[in-house]
Design a binder for this molecule. Structure first.
Ligand SMILES: Nc1nc2c(c(=O)[nH]1)N[C@H]1C(S)=C(S)[C@@H](COP(=O)(O)O)O[C@H]1N2
Ligand SMILES: [Mo]
Length: 523
């Protein structure tokens, strides 16, 4: 048999019918994986722009989320980015397999399928031109070329490899390598490219971009007290930054250059104000511990934390712009398009509300909103805590709806009274056991925490000292535990005398309620 390479190629290109269905699917799936890997790798040449994968994911989060509201909330509202990315990979590799099956009869239809996917990636990028890098567009082209090339190569291999009854030129190479080995190798290379891309995009750029700035000393500081609660297992009063919960809709953490960043205060104001980073740092600042909480926090959950925030009082910034009488809402806008709005009247009491630029003694990390974010005591994050803040707009109440409002979450969202048992978690030895945890009613403060064991009468807990009403409080109770199975529950009272409700409700639409209970086995 003397068949030239060209003829084999020609056969594969025009009628790869000889390829089994499973091999065609594997070829297509491999090609899709390679395309994603190449897209991730090429796009990191300029991390300002998205990769094809992240562009599609971001558009998905912002648009499909509206219809799949509850799913979106449970997936992204609680930060399950990894779940989203893995789902996308599965779907895309699956679509690649389908494209492979189509290409089995006609390579052209496989090429068309890949081109459609490429066009979708491009469209996703072009729909959000504000953070598009030219490299992003190049990465789509590179991904498409790599995908189509891999598809062609894999089909050729499938046709000529082990199943081929007669040795052919070209088949010799394929025969040695093997179809599945090649697929696995390419898959591994694609995964490596993806991981390299992740690493290149990961890492906090803030230490480098703040090298030329000094963190100023705050004009007014609220000291962090020694709380007096030193119980192993109880959350520290101040949450270390690395342990601080992170919630946002950003697949890629915005990387903001402080030397070009500005903050504008406009809308219903007398004179719109724009300040730059240096000016923000030069204003009189406060440094104060404040607890912030996510509305998605479940009873007993950990989407809540306390940090020492440093920043400029929001009122000072609003006064510079002169808030007009018709303003009713403060809307924070982020460089990543996120928005959150809360009533202007929330600023009437003495709660802390600041444009924060530092957290626990350091510049804000990128994850928590560098260069500046809002921190408002007593309001859930989705209506108040805009990270990567670029604009504060004064609006009427109905004039603007923040990001999560059309998705079914309440427009007003004061933090609900909550209490949590941190320790013990499930098993202890009989005898003296210390129960402990945290309770919060930020902006008002907690006046009492009570614990009940096995439905015995409620007993008061010892409360830790606090910096003020803007933070949670640590609590503890001693318990002489008998062997057996016990139920422990906790409830709290705020400073207005309001008791935490026992009524169980889900986080949507404005925060979970109910008492936290734990089952403890005493040995
Ligand atoms: N730009 C932006 N800011 C945001 C969000 C977001 O998705 N994008 N999420 C908000 C929500 S829902 C919460 S609970 C807080 C969480 O802040 P953290 O990640 O610093 O804990 O950020 C708020 N600020
Ligand atoms: Mo949140």
């Amino acid at each position: 048999m003397h068949v030239s390479d060209t003829v084999i190629d020609e056969q594969v290109v025009t009628e790869p019918d000889g390829v089994t269905r499973s091999r065609a699917a594997v070829a297509g799936a491999t090609a899709a994986a390679v395309a994603i890997g190449v897209g991730e790798l090429v796009s990191v040449i300029d991390t300002a722009g998205p990769s094809p994968l992240s562009a599609v994911g971001e558009v998905f989060i912002d648009s499909v989320g509206v219809r799949l509201k509850d799913l979106a909330v449970s997936l992204f509202g609680t930060g399950h980015r990894t779940a989203l990315v893995i789902s996308m990979l599965i779907v895309i590799v699956g679509l690649g397999a389908v494209a492979g099956l189509r290409a089995r009869h006609q390579l052209r239809s496989g090429v068309i399928a890949f081109s459609v996917a490429g066009a979708a990636g491009l469209a996703a990028m072009l729909s959000r031109p504000d953070d598009l890098a030219p490299v992003s567009i190049v990465s789509v082209g590179a991904a498409l070329a790599a995908g189509v090339g891999t598809l062609w190569w894999m089909l050729r291999l499938a046709l000529s490899a082990p199943a081929a009854p007669i040795p052919m030129p070209g088949a010799a190479v394929a025969g040695r390598r093997g179809f599945l080995t090649t697929s696995a190798g390419l898959g591994a290379a694609a995964a490596a490219a993806g991981i390299i891309g992740r690493i290149a995009r990961g890492g906090d750029p803030v230490p480098a971009v703040t090298a030329n700035y000094a963190l100023p000393r705050a004009a007014r500081r609220v000291e962090v007290p020694n709380t007096g609660i030193n119980v192993a297992g109880v959350s520290p009063y101040i949450t270390p930054t690395d342990d601080f919960f992170r919630i946002d809709t950003a697949l890629r953490v915005p990387r903001v250059d402080p030397s070009t960043w500005t903050l504008t205060i406009d809308g219903l104001v007398d004179r719109p104000v724009t300040i730059d980073y240096a000016e923000l740092l030069s204003m009189d600042a406060v440094e104060v511990p404040v607890t912030i909480a996510c509305v998605s926090n479940q009873v007993g959950g950990d989407l809540v934390g306390t940090a020492v925030w440093q920043g400029v009082p929001l009122r000072d910034l609003l006064d510079r712009a002169g808030v007009r009488d018709d303003a009713e809402q403060v809307v924070g806008r982020s460089v990543d398009r996120f928005t959150a709005g809360f009533p202007l009247t929330a600023l009437d009491d003495d709660r802390t509300a600041i444009v924060a630029y530092a957290m626990n003694g350091d510049f804000l990390p990128a994850l928590h909103g560098f260069p500046a974010r809002l921190v408002v005591s007593g309001l859930y994050g989705y209506v108040s805590a805009t990270k990567w803040l670029s604009r504060i707009e004064l609006a009427t109440w109905d004039g603007v709806h923040g990001y999560w409002i059309p998705l079914g979450w309440s427009k007003e969202a004061p933090v609900k009274i909550a209490s949590r048992i941190d320790t013990p978690t499930n098993r202890v030895d009989a005898g003296r056991v210390v129960l402990g945890g945290v309770a919060l009613a930020p902006s008002v403060g907690i006046s009492a925490v009570e614990v009940s064991i096995d439905d015995d009468p409620w007993q008061p807990a010892t409360l830790g000292r606090v910096a003020g009403d803007d933070t949670w409080v640590q609590w503890m109770v001693e318990w002489d535990a008998d062997p057996g199975l016990h139920w422990v529950q906790v409830r709290a009272w705020d400073a207005m005398g309001q008791m935490q409700t026992e009524e169980v409700s889900a986080p949507a639409p404005n925060g979970a309620t109910g008492w936290h209970r734990r089952r403890i086995i005493v040995d």
